[in-house]
Design a protein around this ligand. Sequence first.
Ligand code: FEO
Length: 171
Amino acid sequence: MISSAMEKALNDQINKELYSAYYYYAMAAYLENQGFEGMANFMKAQAVEETSHAQKFYHYVNEQGGRVVLEAIDKPPVEYDSPKQIFELGLEHEKFVTSRIHNLVSLATDEKDYATKSFLDWFVKEQVEEEATMDAIVNKFNMIGNAGHGLFMLDAKLGERAPASSEGEDD
Ligand code: FEO
């Protein structure tokens, strides 16, 4: 069993993971419209991964006898300045998600809720990867600057990311 405070906090995280998916789909839509199909592919795969994160929380709340309650998802931005800005925003967003996961761990620790703390371990590790992935791409943008050839190569590279499974195959 989880406390009602934990149930609320986990439900809120379901909302934030689904917002993450929505945000990355919005970025993908912008990139696709600008002709960066590879980068759009990367962001679509990222969006699918975010829905798998939401599913993990959904499953856990049910498993612990809680009730999943879905709230409205915020509207993500429509317009962006550049592909580089999109990945900078992606990195910033992942840092925000990391801070939220850490807050959940703090709550679980305060409540001596060791089951939830153990469940959250996966997300703590996942966030290290999520930030590292976005950070590596931002670094590549910094290397290539505004060079068209570099952008073309990076677009092709990011297009190689395989579509993620919505069933959370990244376990
Ligand atoms: Fe679900 Fe990218 O954190």
